[in-house]
Design a protein around this ligand. Structure first.
Ligand SMILES: NC(=O)c1ccc[n+]([C@@H]2O[C@H](COP(=O)([O-])OP(=O)(O)OC[C@H]3O[C@@H](n4cnc5c(N)ncnc54)[C@H](O)[C@@H]3O)[C@@H](O)[C@H]2O)c1
Length: 253
């Protein structure tokens, strides 16, 4: 059957796979036939993700704290020696710190940058080497609409997400010689467990204001994971260095 979106037999790493968007990306990749290596901190929740995937026995997980960025090299070595060369990488691990500017310290910027952007850049550094990553592979970094629009209280987060969007443009140009495509996805507000907790802490008025910004309503994790499947598949072979905004029309206004 004609299926330009298949990921049959591809070895795909997904960070942030224990929850929300990363978990759904891992599940959907497994449904498209990929072999998935899950990375996040919490082992129990990683096992829970595995149990939700197609053919759980085909996949594996590594419990890692990406704040410890110097562990990335040994992690990549371990994955490649166990599973072989990697075909695709999805970076969905991320943290957010909401603080007014006067309380936002350089340590806050550093921790948010490390998990959201620098750890991804470190993976990509190794993946730019043919020893680790197959030619024609795909990389997808989950950024945020806060890379392109502002919101009070999230400067460190927004800066880290903006860094991803600008970095992939230059990375794409270097990786093109190996036919590797790298892109960002910038979601608007997505109903993940973390986001649901935040939304339930808002007053009715704040909640209504937040929702009203999204002409198509709030997003679901599958809205992001399905855009991710497209960028991982051969169907997107001529798209690189881009930021695909998935936001129900938020930034169209
Ligand atoms: N939910 C939204 O509305 C939304 C909107 C725009 C962008 N995003 C981005 O999408 C990504 C996923 O968000 P989510 O809502 O699913 O969040 P989530 O909190 O449900 O999941 C975050 C994932 O990142 C992992 N993670 C966090 N810190 C880590 C660390 N130090 N080491 C290893 N793993 C770590 C967690 O283990 C978890 O698996 C994030 O990058 C987030 O910034 C989310």
């Amino acid at each position: 059957m004609y299926n330009p979106f298949t990921l049959e037999g591809k070895l795909i790493i997904v960070t942030g796979a224990s929850s929300g968007i990363g978990r759904q990306c891992a599940i959907d990749c497994s449904k498209m036939g990929a072999i998935v290596v899950l990375i996040a901190r919490n082992e129990e929740r990683l096992r829970e993700t595995l149990s939700l995937m197609e053919c759980p026995e085909k996949h594996s997980y590594y419990s890692v704290d990406l704040l410890q960025i110097d562990q990335v090299k040994s992690l990549v070595d371990a994955i490649v020696s166990e599973h072989g060369k990697i075909d695709a990488y999805v970076h969905a691990a991320g943290i957010e710190k909401t603080l007014p500017l006067k309380l936002l310290s350089s340590d806050d910027y550093k921790s948010v940058f490390t998990v959201n952007a620098l750890s991804a850049f470190e993976f990509i550094r190794y993946f730019s080497n043919r020893k680790y990553f197959n030619d024609g592979g795909r990389m997808v970094l989950i950024s945020s609409i806060l890379s392109v629009v502002g919101r009070g209280g999230v400067s460190a987060y927004a800066a880290s997400k903006g860094a991803m969007v600008s970095a992939v443009k230059s990375m794409a140009l270097e990786l093109a010689q190996k036919k590797i495509c790298i892109n960002c996805i910038s979601p608007g507000t997505i109903r993940t467990p973390l986001m649901e907790r935040f939304l339930s802490s808002l007053s009715e008025e704040e909640y209504k204001k937040r929702i009203s910004g999204f002409p198509l309503g709030l997003g679901e994790v599958t809205d992001v994971s399905q855009a991710c499947l497209f960028l991982l598949s051969d169907a997107s072979r001529w798209i690189t260095g881009q930021n695909i905004v998935v936001d129900g029309g938020y930034t169209a206004q």
